[in-house]
Design a protein around this ligand. Structure first.
Ligand code: AP5
Length: 225
């Protein structure tokens, strides 16, 4: 199963990506998460990417394409993957298709989780993340059992640096200009599946599962890259 998750910042890509990964046993690959880890580690990639991420801009295509090519060739990806945050430009989408075609594979489904810009701003303002495992919570809709502590690993929760309102609005603007065209790219050949994301996490996941059940049963499921 090879999927990409699309949607505005805050749409719920990371949340749904984790649910899909745990149900279907394939890795959830969040390019935002990989970049944030690189920034905290102070690696070369992290230092380059931080200039862009902190201002709400996209990291250059060639850096991201290389990063994803390498990641999807790792052994845990042989049965497929869920890409969250990639592709974010039509150039990235084409490059991914080209790379997969060389291996006789393809992105099977692009799921677009649709929410309004105002809903995105509200969710981003109340998002908290685990500083250790990266788990995502919400102060109202997805609370931890203990105050400020991750349910999974006990790590401290924090607010992402790019989750302040000014940077979030910039991310939305960048999304509309550079990432929204990616939905048209996948719609051209029937790979785009849209979901109303302004419902509970469980209701959104029920729609995701409904779409995925067709893929799991299909003859193409489980191809190797
Ligand atoms: P990235 O980390 O990908 O950020 P994003 O796309 O802005 O997406 P978010 O992580 O903000 O939101 P999400 O859709 O995952 O929502 P979540 O599940 O957390 O990228 C960050 C930066 O990295 C970019 O700005 C860019 O600079 C760079 N970058 C990354 N990839 C790149 C690429 N390919 N090319 C170039 N640059 C790249 O949910 C949000 C909140 O809402 C949470 O609190 C959650 O608990 C809650 N929630 C989720 N679902 C629901 C629901 N149904 N109802 C109520 N609350 C919900």
């Amino acid at each position: 199963m090879r999927l990409v998750l699309l949607g505005l910042p805050g749409a719920g890509k990371g949340t749904q990506g984790e649910l899909i990964a745990s149900k279907y046993g394939i890795p959830h690959i969040s390019t935002g998460h990989i970049i944030r880890q690189a920034v905290s580690a102070g690696s070369d990639l992290g230092q380059k990417a931080n200039l862009y991420i902190s201002g709400g801009n996209l990291v250059p295509d060639e850096l991201m394409i290389q990063l994803v090519y390498e990641r999807i060739r790792e052994p845990d990806c042989t049965q497929g993957w869920i890409l969250d945050g990639f592709p974010r430009t039509v150039h990235q989408a084409r490059a991914l298709d080209q790379c997969l075609a060389e291996a006789g594979a393809a992105v099977q489904m692009a799921i677009d989780i649709r929410i309004t810009q105002e809903e995105a701003i509200k969710r981003i303002a109340q998002r908290r993340m685990c500083s250790q495992c990266g788990a995502v919570y919400h102060l109202k809709y997805y609370r931890t059992k203990g105050e400020g502590v991750c349910d999974i690993c006990g790590g401290d929760l924090f607010r992402r640096e790019d989750d302040n309102e000014e940077t979030a609005r910039k991310r939305l603007e960048v999304h509309m200009r550079q990432t929204h065209p990616v939905t048209h790219y996948y719609a051209q050949d029937g790979r785009l599946y849209s979901i109303d994301g302004v419902r509970s996490i469980d209701e959104v996941f029920a729609d995701v599962e409904n779409y995925l059940s067709g893929l799991v049963e299909g003859p193409d499921a489980g191809e190797v890259l």
